[in-house]
Design a protein around this ligand. Structure first.
Ligand SMILES: Nc1ncnc2c1ncn2[C@@H]1O[C@H](COP(=O)(O)OP(=O)(O)O)[C@@H](O)[C@H]1O
Ligand SMILES: [Mg+2]
Length: 245
């Protein structure tokens, strides 16, 4: 059995008076792929931000690689948090930079690699999403799907152990969405990464992973494989997935 790289225990968060996450617990093993699926406003993006340490929990703990991120000394936090990356839902590229420039941002900020090594990484990532010809283009010269693909590989540039994708295909047509998910799966195999994809689409969730975490109103209402969801005692779970198929 692989070791868990991410363990979440009893996580709760409120914004103002509204309780956004309630007692969320789950764990993810090294190399595992998990779909975080739930309706809009169920708390998916907030959960990802808590995992990244961007916002602190009110209660509960996030262990990344065995370390409690909320209670690490500042100098110990950064190396651990570098192991987890996210493509934000609104993950905008820098408009004034080319595709190359965008992917170089995390490499310049987080690594001491030589320029040639960085260039090699940029090229390899762009080839893997069929965008090597766009290396010198600016975001406005790309289609929505192409921009998403650049944002995808930018999130992977520094080879995090865990990658989070927040609605990676939102705003794209169904064919391009499938293409994006296939790219994520291919990249994860190449880079042997642990990956979580947040989505409202049960179809995308199924395409991405065998394991599903279902979120409803800030609670994990199901954690399991497809058949377990179909047979789930909570009718909300089986209704949600049947509606979505
Ligand atoms: N910074 C914030 N301040 C106040 N409320 C927030 C904030 N971020 C999210 N929310 C609220 O938390 C709930 C969950 O949001 P979110 O995590 O974005 O859900 P999802 O990603 O599943 O759509 C929503 O009701 C949203 O309005
Ligand atoms: Mg969201």
């Amino acid at each position: 059995m692989a070791d868990p790289v991410l363990v979440v225990k009893d996580l709760s968060k409120a914004f103002n008076e509204a309780q956004i996450l309630k007692g969320v617990s789950f764990s993810v093993n090294q190399g595992e792929h998990v779909s975080l699926v739930g309706p809009s406003s169920s708390g998916k993006s907030s959960l990802f931000k808590l995992l990244l340490g961007v916002i602190p929990p009110d209660e509960g703990t996030v262990f990344l690689m065995g370390k409690d991120i909320a209670h690490l000394a500042a100098d110990k936090r950064h190396p651990i948090l570098k192991q987890i990356e996210m493509q934000f839902q609104q993950g905008a590229l820098f408009d004034s930079m080319t595709v190359r420039g965008n992917i170089l941002v995390p490499l310049n900020e987080e690594t001491d690699l030589e320029p040639g090594e960085k260039e090699a990484i940029v090229c390899q990532l762009l080839k893997s999403v069929d965008l090597i010809d766009a290396i010198d283009k600016y975001p406005h010269e790309l289609s929505g799907g192409m921009r998403k693909r650049v944002a995808l590989v930018r999130a992977l540039a520094i080879r995090p152990k865990i990658a989070l994708f927040d609605e990676p295909a939102s705003g794209l047509d169904p064919v391009t969405s499938v293409h994006i998910v296939n790219m994520i799966k291919k990249l994860s195999k190449e880079q042997e990464m642990t990956m979580l994809v947040a989505t409202t689409s049960i179809h995308m969730a199924q395409n991405f992973a065998d394991r599903f975490l279902m979120l409803n109103k800030g609670r994990i209402v199901a954690d399991g494989y497809w058949q377990e969801l179909l047979d789930h005692p909570d009718p909300w779970v089986s209704n949600f997935i049947r509606k979505g198929i």
